[in-house]
Design a protein around this ligand. Structure first.
Ligand SMILES: [Zn+2]
Length: 512
């Protein structure tokens, strides 16, 4: 199978707007081979001024600057010329729409994918943001302004409905929520962040999530940011974290899945995607998320007023936090956490210990869906499964081996969730509750047990029909299957059984 890589290009039939040119720099490329063959570091250092990068940094930023992740293939398609590019490049996301048949991609659909539209949208939002930079809610539709504001007053509630908030903010939940939290903590003033740069940065972060992804989109990022905020407020953290820790924690949460392609690392590796080569098949997505946000930080100059060493340190710490979300490294982090708790030697006056706790908090926030109330948790479960199955469908269409958990014929939402809860979520949140034994931790474990019981109940009833949406309200949790029995018995605490299953889930699909 041959996989081609190609630069996203602006549609040839439209003039390139000046703001796009200025944002993307004046570097032009005559062919895609100049990008992936031998990027010229000199061009990048000229463009980025005096900041120096190592070569992998440069390549990553280079890719970041030229657009979002595209997974393209010509398998099964007749080559077709479009413009000066001799490939038929299929973005797998175009195959996601239900009912679309596999076939040559129309010009309209190809055009729709290019970043031009994204920048038009970004430009509009940035303009809006710059003209009303003192109030983040001015970009909201007036009708929903009051309701969204009302929701923000309870942004620390574990029942916070991010889906509703996203609707009320007209799809701007990530920008609105993150800005609100940074403002509420006084971080904008404390770090003397330029309001226009900050808004531009947040809008670009939000726009660089792929709204086509059923799960890994900006709403997931907003949800993780809201969960992170809940953890930052926990007594042990709130009394020890510095302002810098909080700023990093919130920014890492907001950007931790930036530019996620909607497929997992094994898929990128087996299709020889350039990101897999760039990051040597190691934490491929997480490295890309990190480099992407570094690219945005430098592009917007959000930290440009800080001493260079401080800015670089922030970038490194952001990377360390985002890389910790690689679920395939779950056991590594969990073992370290467990050891600290067993030895009772965590000292949050120690910067490295605080950083480790921030990593664990972000990991919890990233996979906290099963710990939310059922109405929210169920929606997330369906969305992530939808993304898995879409990947499986792509793999089938291209005659690739179907990744574990991605085959809609052999998996159900409930089965995937029960396995995920048992082997990944419960062990992590049980340790988190040991560390932070609070009402919130008990609430999360309670929901986890109830949700698991609900999925078990649905499975037992045989009432799950994966081809149709579930029209019935969820059943009440089965009596006697509350949080206690679910969490305190069986494989949830069986370390020996945990490892292979965790790895299986990670390799299968759980790239949260
Ligand atoms: Zn995530």
């Amino acid at each position: 199978m041959e996989v081609c890589y190609q630069l996203p290009v602006l549609p040839l039939d439209r003039p390139v707007p000046k703001h796009v040119l200025s944002r993307r720099g004046a570097i032009s490329f005559s062919s895609s081979s100049s990008l992936f063959g031998a990027p010229d570091p000199r061009q990048l250092s000229q463009r980025r001024g005096a900041i120096s990068y190592d070569s992998s940094d440069q390549t990553a930023l280079y890719i970041r600057m030229l657009g979002d992740v595209r997974v393209r293939s010509q398998v099964g398609f007749e080559p077709e010329r479009r413009g000066s590019h001799p490939y038929l490049c299929v973005d797998f996301r175009t195959l996601h729409s239900r009912g679309e048949t596999v076939g040559p991609v129309s010009g309209r659909r190809v055009h729709r994918l290019f970043s031009f539209q994204r920048h038009l949208h970004t430009s509009r939002l940035v303009h809006s943001a710059t003209t009303c930079s003192h109030n983040p809610l001015h970009i909201l539709d007036e009708d929903y302004l009051g309701q969204a504001k009302c929701m923000l007053e309870k942004v620390g509630s574990w029942n916070f409905d991010i889906f509703l908030f996203d609707r009320l903010t007209n799809g701007n939940s990530l920008v609105t929520l993150t800005f609100h939290l940074l403002n509420q903590y006084g971080l904008i003033e404390l770090f003397q962040l330029d309001m226009v740069k900050l808004r531009r940065f947040l809008v670009m972060v939000q726009e660089d999530y792929h709204s086509q992804n059923p799960y890994h989109n900006a709403v997931h990022a907003a949800d993780v940011t809201q969960a992170m905020y809940c953890y930052l407020r926990e007594p042990k953290l709130s009394k020890s974290l510095t302002s810098c820790d909080i700023l990093l924690g919130l920014l890492a949460a907001a950007s931790h899945d930036l530019d996620h392609p909607g497929v997992n690392q094994p898929f990128l590796i087996k299709t020889n995607h350039y990101l897999a080569a760039l990051y040597r098949n190691t934490s491929v997505l997480e490295n890309h998320h990190w480099r992407s946000v570094v690219g945005l930080l430098r592009e917007t100059g959000l930290f440009s007023h800080l001493p260079a060493e401080d800015g670089l340190n922030m970038e490194r710490q952001l990377g360390s936090l985002i890389l910790a979300t690689d679920i395939s490294r779950q056991n590594e982090y969990l073992s370290k956490f467990r050891l600290h708790l067993d030895q009772d030697d965590l000292c949050l006056g120690n910067a490295s210990h605080r950083h480790f706790i921030l990593q664990m908090a972000l990991k919890c926030a990233d996979i906290c869906n099963p710990c939310r109330p059922w109405e929210l948790s169920k929606q997330w479960s369906e969305k992530v499964t939808s993304e898995f199955f879409q990947q499986g469908d792509i793999e089938k269409k291209h005659k690739l081996e179907v990744s574990q958990l991605c085959d809609s014929q052999t998996n159900t939402v409930g089965d995937i969730q029960i396995g995920f809860m048992t082997y990944v979520v419960e062990p992590l949140f049980s340790e988190w509750a040991r560390f932070s034994d609070t009402r919130l931790s008990q609430t999360m474990l309670g929901h986890l047990g109830l949700n698991k019981a609900s999925w078990s109940g649905l499975r037992a009833e045989g009432s799950l029909d994966e081809s149709e949406p579930d029209p019935d309200p969820p059943p009440e949790p089965v009596s006697g299957q509350g949080p206690g029995p679910c969490l305190g018995s069986g494989p949830a605490t069986a370390t020996a059984a945990e490892e292979p299953t965790t790895r299986t889930l990670a390799q299968g699909s759980q790239e949260f």
